[in-house]
Design a protein around this ligand. Structure first.
Ligand code: CP
Length: 503
């Protein structure tokens, strides 16, 4: 069954089928049993000569160390960085180039954590070795969900059907609740109960999706009520670093009623889980609870090692290695984000192109953005003309330039200031090409960072357009885009990412 995971990228928990999750639980259990029988090193020949690159752009204790421990106990090696100080990221090296260096240094796989959503999918697109998501922005942390599932499997007599689990803390800004609840939605008769402040509550899109997938989701006003009705309770840390305009004091107040203390768990059989770390200032789990029979989060952390051993064993235990490829595939050079508009012959020619015979007209800029777009392109200092214009009675201004082709960075700069600009390429006084330049609307997506040069790409998830990297849906707002244009665009997109298996 090792072919499930051989050399596979691990990007999102939604890429795993129920069968694959259960298979990893079985292998993880065998890793646990070997440890308990004193056979920790019995697999130490399995990944001999295999090396893992550990690229942590953000802080981590558990994820980083447990991958290091896992590869070491399987006989392999590990090297990398924790924080970018001391690396050439400080000299503005891109993710792409840093990833290429890992291949050039003959690593067999990469585990990476990065603050940008979708950065790990981009890294996986670049690398010809498998890449494991150790956490991307507030997007995904699939191996955390898998270790949580393994913990539940082991504590629940190797059964994930019929689980009742409570969620508390911050269910809105973290990665773990989304990933864990979606993994659980593969199983029958699952109940999720939760209690939290509105601001920290479960996102509506997630509860809708879970309910669609047959999970019972119940909100309770009190944590004690949740604790009384579930076998497991999963507490989470308020992710203050991902909240804008909220102070620690406000969060402390919001958490007041929802902290887990000894009185709340007294007399109950519930097992307390937490992805860790606990924030010692917020103290979402009160200190005395650490010494109660409810505490299961340190066990959960050790299951992280068994799960990651299982995963690396399945991914990398092969005789052959993937040799470094110093050339990049052509598909990485360009995006598929140009939505071509039909019917340009209807446009009154001359309106845009009266002063240029060849060049570009940047149209449908949002009111009030013209100056900023102009400044961001800096065309005149680059030796091109730049004329700002508008048509009487129309509110959207436009820019005309004799620059025939804007670079991808130029186009991103425009779209970041004024989303969905229409770009008209003018040749011989005619509009030769007209398209709306689309950019992922998730402000934290890697594809929006100009200096990373990630080509914006989308895929069609039925009628929903999603970003290839962060997988968020894209709503096309431009009123200039007809339904026919939109359908043609959707049909031009790939139907998914190789790994996507929403079932
Ligand atoms: N649970 C978790 O991801 O912990 P770290 O941030 O310490 O890796």
């Amino acid at each position: 069954m090792a072919s499930f995971f051989k050399n596979r990228d691990i990007i999102s928990i939604t890429d795993f089928t129920k069968e694959e999750i259960l298979y990893l639980c079985k292998v993880g259990k065998s890793m646990y049993e070997k440890e308990k029988k004193g056979e920790r090193h019995s697999l130490s020949g399995n990944l001999k000569n295999r090396t893992l690159a550990s690229m942590f752009y953000e802080p981590s204790t558990r994820t980083r160390f447990s991958f290091h421990t896992a590869i070491r106990e399987l006989g392999g090696g590990c090297d990398g960085f924790s924080g970018t100080e001391g690396t050439s990221v400080m000299k503005k090296e891109t993710i792409r180039d840093t990833i290429m260096m890992m291949g050039a240094n003959h690593f067999d796989a990469i585990v990476m954590r990065h603050p940008l959503d979708g950065s790990i999918q981009w890294a996986a697109d670049v690398a010809n070795i498998p890449v494991i998501n150790g956490g991307d922005g507030k997007n995904e942390h699939p191996t955390q969900a898998l270790l949580d599932i393994l913990t539940l499997y082991m504590m629940n007599n190797e059964n994930l059907d019929g689980i009742s689990i409570g969620f508390g803390g911050d269910l809105s800004h973290g990665r773990t609740i989304r990933s864990l609840s979606l993994a659980l939605s593969h199983f029958r008769d699952v109940t999720i109960r939760w209690a939290a402040e509105d601001f920290l509550g479960m996102p509506g899109d997630l509860t809708d999706l879970l309910e669609e997938r047959g999970v019972r989701v119940i909100r309770d006003p009190h944590v004690r009520t949740v604790l009384e009705h579930v076998d497991f309770f999963y507490m989470t840390r308020p992710q203050i670093e991902r909240m804008e305009g909220v102070t620690q004091k406000q969060i402390m107040e919001m958490m007041d009623r929802y902290r887990i203390n000894s009185e709340k768990v007294e007399g109950l059989k519930v097992k307390l889980m937490h992805p860790l770390p606990v924030n010692s200032e917020v103290a979402e789990i009160d200190y005395p609870v650490y010494f109660s029979s409810a505490q299961a989060f340190f066990l959960q952390a050790e299951f992280g090692i068994f799960l990651r051993k299982a995963l690396l064993y399945e991914m990398l235990s092969t005789e052959t290695y993937l040799p470094f490829q110093s050339t990049l595939p052509g598909e990485l050079a360009a995006g598929n984000n140009r939505l071509y508009r039909a019917g340009r012959e209807k446009k009154k020619e001359g309106m845009f192109i009266d002063t240029i015979s060849s060049g570009t007209v940047i149209d449908h800029l949002k009111p009030g953005t013209l100056k900023k777009v102009e400044a961001s392109l800096d065309l005149e200092n680059r030796g091109y003309s730049c004329i700002a214009a508008s048509i009487q009675g129309k509110k959207n201004p436009f820019l005309k330039t004799n620059l025939a082709r804007l670079t991808e960075r130029d186009l991103k700069r425009i779209a970041l200031v004024s989303p969905e600009p229409t770009i008209n390429h003018i040749e011989n006084e005619k509009v030769a090409q007209k398209y709306v330049y689309l950019l992922c609307s998730n402000a934290n997506c890697v594809s929006r960072v100009i200096t990373e040069d990630v080509p914006p790409k989308f895929y069609a998830d039925n009628s929903t357009v999603r970003c290839r990297y962060c997988r968020r849906p894209l709503r096309i707002e431009s009123r200039k885009v007809t339904e026919e244009d939109r359908q043609r665009f959707i049909q031009s997109l790939p139907p998914g990412i190789d790994q996507v298996k929403y079932d």
